[in-house]
Design a protein around this ligand. Structure first.
Ligand SMILES: Cc1cc2nc3c(=O)[nH]c(=O)nc-3n(C[C@H](O)[C@H](O)[C@H](O)COP(=O)(O)O)c2cc1C
Length: 136
């Protein structure tokens, strides 16, 4: 299963590329209050969430979304770390015992900059830090 958050579509594109290669299904996480798809409109909210360290409420995924042992987990980098919407997802969805293959899109930030947050929010998962969708 490929679980991703994408505000502006970049991460969605990468998720879809992974799906083509692996045949996995896609699940777009759903914030209770959706972000505008136009980045100019979404940016003030994202900026506020970064400044105030606010985690938005995110819907719980259906059980079948969480049934695979391997989860590809994708998010944009916002404020040099994992997008807050993905943090909200990990707070209400338990990925214990699973292998997480994380990927991200960003301007300049690296995946590594988000791994501390990922490990904190998925403490009982195996994180494949070497995963890179380009190598699929
Ligand atoms: C409010 C805001 C903050 C951002 N912060 C960062 C950042 O800290 N580091 C970075 O490399 N890119 C940053 N970006 C760029 C996004 O990570 C990049 O455009 C990403 O591909 C967006 O993914 P999406 O289209 O799937 O939402 C930021 C973008 C926005 C709108």
């Amino acid at each position: 299963m490929i679980i991703y958050f994408s505000q502006g579509g970049h991460t969605k594109k990468v998720a879809e590329k992974i799906a083509k290669k692996t045949g996995d299904q896609l699940y777009a996480i759903e914030p209770v209050e959706p972000y505008p798809s136009k980045t100019l409109k979404a940016a003030p909210r994202i900026g506020r969430e970064i400044a105030t360290q606010t985690i938005p409420e995110v819907k719980k995924a259906p059980v079948d979304v969480l049934s695979d042992d391997v989860i590809y987990l994708g998010y944009p980098m916002f404020g040099m770390d994992m997008a807050h919407a993905m943090r909200g997802f990990l707070q209400v969805n338990d990925l214990s015992g699973k292998t997480i293959k994380p990927f991200m899109t960003s301007g300049v930030s690296t995946l590594k900059m988000s791994l501390k947050t990922l490990k904190k929010l998925a403490p009982n998962s195996v994180i494949d830090e070497t995963f890179d969708p380009k190598n699929l």
